[in-house]
Design a binder for this molecule. Structure first.
Ligand code: HEM
Length: 139
């Protein structure tokens, strides 16, 4: 099973589709903030449009990380910014992040099935492990 290809094709499909005039990343962000009050608390003063664009940009770096196992300086900076010395995003919130992302994929990908879900989880797992690890190892 080529999970990277399954992911790539699903990613292409979700980016093309709009629901109620909203893009995949717009819907994801709204759902993420609504999912848990600890998430909402982190974003009280944030410009959500800017935030969403940043995620879109950084998202593909996570995917590249899965394919190459190479964490570039950018990814390291993003991880540091989220770690306990800065934003202090606790590791648990990454699980919520991933679950909400999967729910959004289910909504946006017309070919969604178990293999699509597994492909997203596998492709993002390296990056999420990295972000969680850096929470406590950020010196
Ligand atoms: C792997 C998952 C994630 C990625 C790739 C990611 C990516 C990013 C990026 C690129 C930025 C902008 C960094 C900058 O301005 O230098 C950012 C900011 C931020 N992220 Fe994340 N993020 C992730 C998960 C999370 C989670 C789980 C939370 C928990 C609530 C979170 C909360 C925040 C907050 C509060 C900011 C700052 C917003 C602001 O400046 O107003 N992120 N994130």
């Amino acid at each position: 099973m080529d999970f990277e290809r399954i992911f790539d094709e699903s990613y292409e499909r979700v980016l093309k589709i709009h629901h109620d005039n909203q893009s995949f990343f717009e819907t994801f962000y709204k759902a993420f903030v609504a999912a848990d009050e600890r998430v909402a608390a982190h974003f009280t003063n944030s410009d959500m449009e800017k935030q969403q664009r940043m995620l879109e940009k950084s998202f593909y770096r996570l995917v590249v990380f899965y394919a190459t196992n190479y964490a570039d300086d950018y990814l390291e900076q993003v991880a540091m910014r989220h770690s306990k010395v800065a934003l202090n995003v606790i590791p648990e919130l990454y699980d919520i992040w991933l679950d909400v992302l999967i729910e959004t994929v289910a909504e946006y990908d017309p070919h969604y099935n178990d293999n699509v879900e597994l492909a997203w989880r596998l492709v993002l797992s390296t990056g999420i492990t990295y972000m969680k690890f850096k929470h406590d190892h950020c010196q």
